[in-house]
Design a protein around this ligand. Structure first.
Ligand code: SAM
Length: 365
């Protein structure tokens, strides 16, 4: 398992003895951010280079007009967003029917065998573990009062956080059906004046600068065709001192001797991308590097793959029940294609190619 804590110079990693030094050079893509970046030597939890996927994606973004986004498999940003919106319009009802209002992995004790109700608890635990990892305090004078939920699904995290902290939440999704359902659920739970939802693009958020004390992105980053723009928007809308939490699918970090993933790994990811409307993947190290380039503080990342292992087998089991099969047949081709690709996710985790990552940081005061 990799782990890093950039603010404390990889204290966690030092204890496992796996860290080493690497010189990170300022890439042209990062220079384009126009963020002053200190020349420095940083410690990475593994001696690795910027992932080729991100380098290629950024170079591609540089070379093309804004309408065709990096790493989106030749799709324009509009085409990708349309596919994502349709996928979630089509599949959110059946997911909610079987799994409830959280469209994310559960967090389990390693090797836990869980029943459906325990899976739902594990999804709540995922939220709590993410808050704990990011050191979001329960101290009433410091709890987040204004939260943005970027890629909100049907608003499960938003409503949970609104209740937990008494906060006002703003959720954005590409799917009109999700936004509508999220708002209806908020009303039915007495949160109509606390939790708000709208259709909007995370890469162009409809919010003023510096509004939110907690910026939350639970399993939406993997859909973003321009990771740098995605992170820049999260940082832009964060208030000074705000916590930013990104929980997302990544590919493994590259070793020092690697320029890219292996062809068989790329092939597997491509099949998953086709099924779930994902652009090119990046590693957690790539996210860390982007955050560093933006001078964020307390940057931490951890691989939680071992804690989510029971999730996909459980989703497959639920799809193979009578209710699962009949719901799938009624849903639509995009949902069926997604269901057929589920074993590929298990394969990716088993091959140590897919990593379930949490990356957190704080915006300077
Ligand atoms: C797997 S769901 C996660 C939902 C939610 N965060 C949860 O944990 O229940 C991915 C979500 O990301 C949203 N999403 C993907 N790309 C987006 C974008 N560019 N802008 C806004 N939302 C996006 C989708 O619409 C969907 O709601």
């Amino acid at each position: 398992m990799w782990s890093s804590d950039w603010s404390s110079r990889c204290a966690t990693t030092r204890t496992t003895g796996t860290n080493c030094h690497i010189n990170i050079t300022q890439s042209s893509a990062l220079r384009r951010l126009q963020v002053p970046r200190k020349p420095h030597t940083v410690r990475l939890y593994n001696n690795r280079r910027r992932s080729i996927a991100v380098r290629m994606a950024m170079a591609e973004a540089e070379a093309k007009e804004d309408t065709t986004m990096a790493g989106s498999g030749g799709k324009s940003r509009e085409e990708l967003n349309k596919g994502i919106a349709e996928l979630y319009d089509e599949s959110s009802g059946i997911w909610e029917d079987i799994w409830g209002d959280h469209m994310h992995h559960g967090y389990y004790d390693p090797s836990q065998n869980a029943s459906l109700s325990q899976h739902r608890s594990a999804q709540i635990r995922m939220i709590e573990e993410a808050l704990r990892f990011a050191a979001v305090t329960d101290d009433s004078s410091k709890i987040p009062k204004s939260i943005v939920d970027v890629g909100c699904g049907i608003g499960g995290s938003s409503r949970y956080l609104a209740k937990k902290y008494g906060a006002t939440t703003q959720g954005i999704t590409l799917s009109p059906k999700q936004a509508q359902r999220a708002q209806a659920l908020a009303a039915s739970e007495g949160l109509a004046d606390k939790a708000f939802f709208q259709v909007a693009d995370a890469l162009d958020q409809p919010f003023e600068d510096g509004q939110f004390n907690l910026v939350w992105s639970m399993e939406s980053g993997e859909h973003m065709p321009d990771k740098k723009k995605f992170v820049s928007e999260l940082v832009r809308v964060a208030a000074p001192g705000a916590t930013i939490i990104i929980v997302t699918w990544c590919h493994r970090d590259l070793s020092a001797s690697e320029e890219s993933l292996r062809p068989d790994e790329n092939e597997l990811l491509k099949k998953i991308c086709d099924a779930y409307y994902l652009p090119a993947w990046c590693s957690a190290a790539d996210y860390v590097e982007i955050l560093q380039s933006l001078s964020l503080q307390d940057i931490k990342a951890e691989d939680w793959s071992q804690y989510v292992a029971p999730f996909w087998p459980a989703v497959i089991r639920s799809a193979l029940t009578w209710k699962g099969i009949t719901s799938l047949l009624r849903s639509g081709w995009k949902t069926i294609k997604g269901a057929l690709a589920m074993p590929l996710m298990i394969e990716g985790y088993k091959k140590d190619l897919i990593k379930f990552a949490i990356i957190t940081c704080r915006k300077p005061e």
